[in-house]
Write a protein that binds this ligand. Structure first.
Ligand SMILES: Cc1cc2nc3c(=O)[nH]c(=O)nc-3n(C[C@H](O)[C@H](O)[C@H](O)COP(=O)(O)O)c2cc1C
Length: 357
């Protein structure tokens, strides 16, 4: 299937962002997404947590919240796809309009608030994908969150791990979306330690041989003191990985005036450097001992490579897809390969954290 994006981009940009997104999902379901078949490139492959990543560029959570289009996403060239955030019970999220664009700055603000069809529908979709013959290869991460009305977060995270853990390549604990009241408070030392210990315990008891690695997704708005504190907790509980990071509450001055006043989390280009600094800080604070997935404002191979040199083993993107279309994935991978070779590395893993050496 040829890339229709250059033709449909003006329409997509004219539509309300969430409508444009839902239209993309529909097109993908109907097989109208481009497929990029690329020969395996040994230089970009990595094995992490025992999982083989064919390339380091992943789709960030929030694009495919209900695990509807895993196959088409992998076919677009992503090395891995993170689906969710899924909540236990269905919930509709915040009232619409809840997603906004600043096209000139390639920025998005969203305050979706975890709309989710709930874990039963999510699990059905995942089972259908995994059970389908000849489904595309690639790593599938499941991003989990709590319902808005839940007062005891461990209950929701525990239930989701029991139900989904055995099917997951990895699980991401999302405690950093700014749109669920109280969620980001779980990033404080005591609640975080308690929650993670409980989650790791549930994993051990319920997933047996299929125990997936557990990753934690954090916000870029953490203060230096919070970063230090959290890094120590993550080392203490022996978490498997960290995703850095989620959207930011910050609003750089140069953003469009009406846009910047919208409530929610900002993503896309204005987040690039802030997110790279977050990766760098956590790599230093955890002494490179915990694999990091870097996310935030990646629109080019150079920006992906910057995050890798700052300490990320893998990267993810979401917002740039809306502005650049799916061919971006292929071109980032092509150019990453050139950057790795130009630096004289035989594999991209040799570039991880080189800025710290
Ligand atoms: C519309 C939208 C919805 C999102 N939903 C989720 C979500 O459900 N769970 C999550 O962990 N992150 C979510 N994110 C955050 C992204 O996964 C990512 O961490 C962030 O946007 C930074 O990457 P980007 O600049 O490449 O978009 C969402 C982002 C956007 C733009």
């Amino acid at each position: 299937m040829r890339d229709l994006y250059p033709i449909i981009r003006p329409l997509m940009m004219a539509l309300e962002p969430e409508k444009a997104h839902n239209l993309s999902l529909k097109m993908m379901k109907f097989g109208l997404a481009p497929k990029y078949k690329q020969a395996p490139r040994a230089e970009l492959e990595q094995v992490l947590w025992g999982l083989k990543f064919p390339n380091p560029v992943g789709l960030s959570a929030g694009f495919d919240k209900n695990a509807d289009v895993i196959g088409p996403c992998l076919n677009m060239g992503f090395g891995f796809v993170e689906v969710g955030t899924v909540t236990p019970k269905p919930q509709s999220g915040n009232p619409r309009q809840r997603v906004f664009r600043d096209i000139a700055n390639e920025a998005v603000i969203n305050r979706m608030g975890f709309p989710s069809k709930g874990v039963n529908a999510f699990k059905d979709n995942l089972e259908k994908f995994l059970g389908s013959k000849n489904h595309p290869a690639g790593v599938i991460g499941l991003n989990i969150g709590m319902n808005k009305t839940q007062k005891n977060p461990a209950k929701d995270y525990g239930l989701l791990i029991r139900m989904l853990g055995p099917m997951a390549d990895y699980i991401t604990i999302n405690i950093s979306s700014p749109n669920t009241p109280g969620l980001r408070d779980l990033q404080q030392r005591e609640p975080l330690t308690e929650l993670l210990k409980e989650i790791l315990d549930v994993r051990q008891k319920s997933c047996g041989e299929h125990a997936p690695p557990i990753l934690v997704k954090l916000a870029p708005d953490l203060t230096p003191e919070q970063r230090e504190e959290i890094a120590q907790v993550l080392l203490d509980v022996k978490i498997d990985g960290i995703i850095l990071g989620n959207t930011t509450l910050a609003r750089p001055e140069f953003l469009d005036k009406d846009f910047r006043e919208e409530k929610g989390g900002l993503s896309g280009q204005p987040l690039t450097d802030k997110a790279t600094e977050l990766v760098s800080d956590f790599y230093r604070l955890t002494k490179g001992q915990i694999p990091i997935i870097g996310a935030g404002g990646i629109t080019s191979a150079n920006q992906a490579y910057d995050k890798i040199k700052a300490g990320a083993s893998l990267v993810q993107l979401y917002s740039a897809l809306a502005f650049r279309g799916p061919s971006l994935i292929q071109s980032i991978n092509d150019e990453l390969l050139s950057l790795v070779k130009a630096d004289g590395y035989s594999n991209i893993s040799e570039a991880i954290g080189v800025n710290h050496k």
